[in-house]
Structure formats: structure tokens, C-alpha cells
Ligand binder design. Structure first.
Ligand SMILES: [Fe+2]
Ligand SMILES: [Fe+2]
Length: 286
């Protein structure tokens, strides 16, 4: 094990043991979901990182208390807002961009990371996004049914969803030139529709146009992510496409137990990497 430790420390892969957990779409507005957060062990994750990719709640006060509850359990929380965080119907904000700024300020105040986190040669990169209809065109059904269209409001310059998406993707540009050995990225929105399970029937695909943006995947490929964690679709999935492992583990609403309700999953564990390297080292010296 000493040799493997040396390899990791020498290469800068890791400075101290770290597990990276992920969960999403906590939708803390449901009492059952809040109870689950409250039930998380207080001492078990003190060395660990949690990726939280949006849709915690549209309620800023509840977002603050949920983030605090999680921060008290983990060493680091990394967060990107989802679409629910930008809903402003019935709230104090004049537009969703103003609320986005409010959410980011809240994160900064609570010690929640919204930028790149690097430990040794492992970099975790949060990627903002939106949808731009690159997965399909909106139709009358979606215009009626998709709450975002009226729960979010934008200034005149954002008259197309693609312009909103441009704005958020541009924020990611500053993070795309990492040359770390191991990149884990995460986003709320989907980077490609192929991550959706092929078994989904055609009549259930009407929401695909608002799931994400193919341009997000270009950014993930530029980053050369080993793992990309995405959310928003509330359908759990783990699939490898062209060398990148895409994972979705939404917590979602209580009535989505059949397709979601995934709790914490560990997506990266330095000790597991250490034991693989230790095995390789033993084989080489045999
Ligand atoms: Fe959600
Ligand atoms: Fe969402």
C-alpha cells in the first residue's frame, strides 16, 4: 500500500483520502425528502465531498437551511442551480437572472462551492446550463405543460431559450482549460439526449426539448471528463458513451420511487484507486 500511496502522492492525484458522493433533485419542499436529509449521519462524511446539482427548492430560505444541513455533514459541498432555483413566481425577484445572482450569493455566504474544486490531481468542475431545444423542438403540449415557461422570467435580451443557455454556458468557459489527470464534471441539465434510457416510449419523450443542450457535451469533451454527473430528468441512469461515464441519480419526488429515489451514491473513492494501484504494483514486482 505504501508504494501505491507514493504513486498517488508523487503524481499529486490525491493529498488525503476523499470520497465524492452525488445526489440531486432533492426537492426539499417534500416533507419526506427533508426527513431524509435530517436522517443523514452527522459524522460519516466529514472527509467527503458532495455534488449537489440543483433542484433543491425554489424557496430561497429553504435552500439556505438545506445547504446548511448538508454542509454540517460534509467537508465540501459543490452546487450548481437547477431550473427550480430560478423560479420567481410569487417571489421577491424581478427576473430569474436576479434570482440566479441571489442563489450564488447565498452559496458564497454559506461556504458552498460553485466553482472548480481541486484536490491533488482530481478536479471537480460544476457546469451551468439550460436547454436550447437542441434535443428537439417545443410543441403546444410542452408550452402548456412545462412550468418553467411561466415560473421563470427573463429580461428582453433573453427572448429565446437558446440565449439563456448561451449565457450560462459562457460562464463555464473559465473552467474548461484544466489539465488535471482526473476530471469529474457535473451539471443539472443533460449534455446529450442519448443518456436517456432507450426503453422510454416515444409518447414520454415530449419533454426531451427542455432537458438540456448538446453544447454542454462539447464542454465536457473539452474538459476530458472521466465522469459526468447530470440530473434534471429524474430517471436514474449509468451509461458510458465515447469514453465518458454519465451518471444520473435523482432523489426526486416521493411519487417517482420507480424511476428515481436514489440516495447518496459514491462516484469516486481515492482509497479504491489506491487499492487498484496497490494490486498493479504487486503484480509488477512479482
Ligand atoms: Fe428536478
Ligand atoms: Fe430540473
Amino acid at each position: 500500500m505504501r508504494a501505491a500511496n507514493d504513486i498517488l502522492c508523487h503524481s499529486g492525484i490525491v493529498k488525503s483520502p476523499m470520497k465524492v458522493f452525488a445526489v440531486s433533485d432533492l426537492h426539499a419542499d417534500y416533507r419526506e425528502n427533508l426527513d431524509w436529509i435530517d436522517s443523514l449521519a452527522r459524522d460519516r462524511y466529514r472527509e467527503d465531498v458532495l455534488l449537489l446539482a440543483g433542484d433543491v427548492t425554489d424557496e430561497l430560505r429553504l435552500l439556505g437551511s438545506t445547504l446548511r444541513a448538508l454542509k454540517s455533514r460534509f467537508a465540501e459541498i459543490l452546487f450548481v442551480p437547477g431550473n427550480h432555483e430560478l423560479w420567481i413566481d410569487g417571489g421577491d425577484f424581478s427576473c430569474s437572472l436576479e434570482k440566479f445572482d441571489g442563489v450564488m450569493s447565498l452559496c458564497s455566504h454559506e461556504g458552498i462551492r460553485t466553482g472548480v474544486y481541486t484536490q491533488g490531481c482530481v478536479s471537480i468542475v460544476p457546469l451551468l446550463g439550460w436547454y436550447d431545444f437542441s434535443f428537439g423542438q417545443s410543441d403546444a403540449f410542452l408550452q402548456r405543460a412545462w412550468r418553467n415557461f411561466w415560473a421563470c422570467r427573463w429580461s428582453a435580451e433573453f427572448d429565446l431559450e437558446a440565449k439563456i443557455c448561451d449565457f450560462f454556458l459562457r460562464q463555464n468557459d473559465r473552467y474548461l482549460s484544466t489539465d488535471d489527470a482526473h476530471v469529474i464534471s457535473f451539471s443539472h441539465f443533460l449534455p446529450r439526449f442519448e443518456v436517456m434510457p432507450t426503453a422510454i416510449p416515444e409518447n414520454r419523450r415530449k419533454v426531451y426539448p427542455v432537458l438540456g443542450s448538446a453544447r454542454l457535451d462539447h464542454q465536457i469533451r473539452k474538459l476530458q471528463s472521466a465522469i459526468h454527473v447530470y440530473r434534471h430528468s429524474h430517471i436514474n441512469q449509468a451509461i458510458e458513451i465515447d469514453g465518458i461515464r454519465y451518471l444520473n441519480n435523482a432523489f426526486a419526488s416521493p411519487k417517482e420511487a420507480r424511476i428515481a429515489r436514489e440516495k447518496l451514491i459514491c462516484i469516486f473513492d481515492t482509497e479504491a484507486v489506491l487499492s487498484v494501484l496497490a494490486g498493479e504494483n504487486r503484480r509488477e514486482s512479482a
